[in-house]
Design a protein around this ligand. Structure first.
Ligand code: ZN
Length: 199
């Protein structure tokens, strides 16, 4: 459809390729952007390229950060002997928002999914195992989602970690099946954390 100029079409296409943005939203954003003051557009464009250029993975927990080590891993007041394993940075943010979890994290950046061809080597599992060998860890809390992929990952992890003698727990299943952790309210998240059981 060539209703709009090539430039507009191109912008709509790029925006529509982002997750959660359909064609209609993409068109709305594109029209908004072309009507924005030029300096704001430049700021927006720069913030996108800056984030892409400077954000990497924490050398310890693999979360997204613009330093070598993220603020949580650097924080000495946190309990570094308890590691909560989450699928992504958004899930980590959900737990962080409760303000009640005092341990540290490990971000897998995905979950094992035989159906999608995602195996253990495609997520940040090796990094976790290396960490468990180096650090004095007392408990690993598996907080992957309760989807099929999340459960598969949890089982795989517990099999891998248990022989090391480190306590492995799984958050309680108060979390709705298939529900993304980031959409669950803080009370439910805390209940799931407090009701965790040993695997
Ligand atoms: Zn970190």
């Amino acid at each position: 459809m060539n209703l709009y100029s090539g430039y507009i079409n191109h912008l709509i296409e790029e925006l529509a390729a982002l997750p959660g943005i359909g064609d209609k939203s993409a068109a709305r954003l594109a029209f908004h952007i072309v009507h924005m003051p030029k300096d704001r557009v430049l700021r927006l464009a720069a913030s996108i390229t800056d984030a892409r250029d400077h954000v990497g993975h924490c050398a310890v927990c693999c979360t997204l950060t613009d330093g070598e080590i993220c603020p949580i891993c650097k924080d000495e007041r946190r309990d570094h002997s308890t590691i909560m394993v989450v699928e992504n940075t958004r899930d980590q943010a959900a737990y962080e928002k409760t303000g009640k979890y005092e341990g540290v994290y490990h971000v897998l950046h995905g979950a094992i999914s035989p159906m999608l061809g995602i195996g253990p080597d495609d997520i940040r599992l090796k990094e976790l195992m290396a960490r468990l060998q180096k650090e004095d860890v007392k408990e690993v809390i598996i907080a992957t989602n309760s989807s099929l992929e999340g459960e598969t990952t949890a089982m795989y992890l517990s099999k891998l970690i248990k022989p090391t003698g480190i306590k492995v727990t799984r958050i309680a299943s108060g979390v709705p099946v298939g529900g993304d952790l980031e959409y669950i309210d803080e009370v439910t998240l805390l209940r799931a954390l407090e009701g965790r059981t040993e695997l």
